[in-house]
Design a protein around this ligand. Structure first.
Ligand code: TMP
Length: 251
């Protein structure tokens, strides 16, 4: 079955951001959200796992509130995604609203595929089930050398304490997380490189070492191109001008 994308039956663009920790996804998704709203586009920003009541609860669990097996972890990421697609992403795209996702299905290939050893075929099946085959129109990979990911995330304490190498109690009783080892970042980076190479039309690989502004410009250029194309296609299909009718909307 061909992947179901917003190109086939929707007017909303589905844009995802991927990359290792510390790559700047949160900053870039926020900047893109603002740019789209500034030009009068309806847009929703979601973050995985999260952005639904269930997803937010699962995020806490996945970030280390309880320990769990690798299989349970995989299924919880997929449960969060199913809920997000069903209740937020699909309805928004159906409504002509653009959706920006801070991580989507590719994260599961990169993380659970590479660091937990689940096969790509299994993850593909589970993603298909959870999303109904929904695939982003554009995926930005904010690419960082693994050494840089390690450097940027070292001081960050709000890390997934189950996935990282070691968790220690600090003397004050506070949880203190050691960063994931370099090998972990290398595996994730390599997985993303392969995913992007396999689908060059969907992926836009950007050098994450660039300045915030330079990255934001490149993202915006690509999104503007896709918006123009989507609007042209929609006009061709329906004869109705698209885009002018939507008020800026943040759900
Ligand atoms: P973040 O909010 O800093 O991006 O953290 C989310 C963490 O969850 C990050 O370590 C990547 C991980 N993750 C997976 O392992 N699999 C997934 O499918 C998703 C969406 C995230």
């Amino acid at each position: 079955m061909p992947a179901r994308t917003s190109k086939t039956k929707r007017r909303g663009l589905f844009i995802s951001f991927e990359g290792g920790e510390g790559a700047g996804k949160s900053t870039q998704t926020q900047l893109l959200l603002k740019r789209l709203m500034d030009v009068g586009e309806s847009v929703v920003l979601v973050k995985e796992p999260g952005s639904t009541p269930l997803g937010s609860r699962l995020r806490g669990l996945l970030k280390g509130e309880v320990s769990m097996s690798d299989k349970a972890e995989l299924l919880l990421f997929l449960a969060a995604r199913a809920e997000l697609v069903t209740t937020v992403v699909d309805p928004a795209l159906d409504d002509g609203v653009n959706v920006i996702a801070d991580r989507f299905s590719d994260s599961t290939f990169a993380y659970q595929g590479q660091t937990r050893g689940f096969t790509q075929a299994l993850i593909a099946d589970l993603n298909q089930f959870a999303t109904g085959g929904l695939s982003p129109d554009i995926t930005f990979l904010l690419n960082l050398p693994p050494e840089e990911s390690l450097r940027r995330t070292r001081p960050k304490v709000e890390l997934d304490n189950r996935l990282i190498a070691d968790v220690r109690q600090a003397e004050e009783g506070q949880q203190k997380f050691e960063s994931r080892p370099l090998a972990f970042h290398k595996r994730v980076a390599e997985a993303y490189r392969k995913l992007a190479a396999a689908e060059p039309e969907r992926w836009c690989v950007l050098d994450g070492r660039q300045s915030v502004d330079a990255l934001s410009e490149q993202v915006w250029e690509r999104v503007q191109d896709s918006l123009k194309k989507a609007k042209r296609n929609a006009r061709r299909r329906t004869g109705v001008p698209v885009g002018e009718q939507g008020r800026p909307r943040l759900i």
